[in-house]
Ligand binder design. Sequence first.
Ligand code: HAM
Length: 413
Amino acid sequence: MTKKIQAPRGTYDVLPSLADERARLEHTAAKLLGAAGYGRIETPTFEATHLFSRTVGEATDVVQKEMYTLQDGSGDSLTLRPEGTAPVVRAYLEHGLHKEPQPVKLWYLSQFFRYERPQAGRFRQFWQIGVEAIGSADPAVDAEVILLLAELLEAIGARDVHLVLASLGQPESRAAYREELIAYLRANEDQLSREVIDRIDLNPLRAFDAKHEPTQRVMAKAPRLIDRLPQEDLDHFAEVQDLLRASDLSYTVDTTLVRGLDYYTRTLFEFQSGALEAAQNTLGGGGRYDGLAEAIGGPPTPGIGWAAGVERMLMASTQPPPVELPVELYVAYEPGHKEAAFRLAADARRAGHTARLELAGRSLKGQLKQASRTRARYVAIFGDEGVQLRDRDGGEDKLVAPESVMHHIRGQI
Ligand code: HAM
């Protein structure tokens, strides 16, 4: 027998029961973000590869190991988008959105691709809801986007949610700090894990993320970026925090928060959930990326945003089960009456009713069993004597003319 072909590892099918749940999440997000003035944007599924290598960063895991990159027929290198921020900023620049009142506020619900080790809450094709507010460096924008994600998570009933904040400052102070950290890591190299040593020059900040205990001990005493930030950045961060406190949002500041993307400047944040396993407990995260537009050839343009994983949000939330639309009319038929039955089901749907027709060639008995399974209010049975109309809500069976079925049920349902 031919081997069964299955979906690629780390991907999944959205069957109807899952689709309903996702549709409700989408509806909640659309309402909340729309009310805050965010317009929906969709960018292509693939982009020029260097859009990501220049912004997400050559040294990141995403660019080094996780991109699905292909060469197309004309020899161009294209990549299935691993994230949405660089594409949205590209679109902002390409369409001259800087001419609109700033900041331009956009949101998306799209699928992304990363070659990661599949596990609960980690997929190779996954979905994100994200927002990007581009064109203003005002701390109020930072506070607004953070608050929006908090509100979305609350609206979907995400459990045990906790906000973590940090500030990264600007590239200049970060570069000086980076040198200081590299020197510190080199001085303590004998206690660090092989993996951290191999990446000291490439990405020293990742050492804060290490699971290796001796490395963690070294990192506990390592210099902290927050202690090296210039006053301007500290003031910006303080204002973001003031605004969050003014909206009663609780958070903790974690000066070692590291995110896997290189474009961040200043505010950085993550919403974690205790309802998910520690390795994948981040429901969503984001931050400022004031240098991203320049990195892809645009003018200096501040921006901030976040993205939250659809799968993780659903896993962590307690949305009530979907309300199924009740079936109003089930149309059954005896042999020879299929066409008339088909027509009635179509007419009923056109008139705005939920109607089902027998589609699998069952016997009349089988059809009636199906009708009661769907819990349809009315069952119309086409036969030689006409149409027997049954009101399953307790009424009598009536024999009616085929063309009068709609007349009989109208006004009742
Ligand atoms: P990110 O932290 O890479 O940020 O991803 C955001 C969220 O997407 C994660 O917190 C997680 O919920 C979900 N996610 C990421 N990778 C996977 C995966 N393999 N499987 C399932 N879910 C996943 C970004 O992507 C940035 N673009 C966010 C941003 C927007 N920053 C500024 N603006």
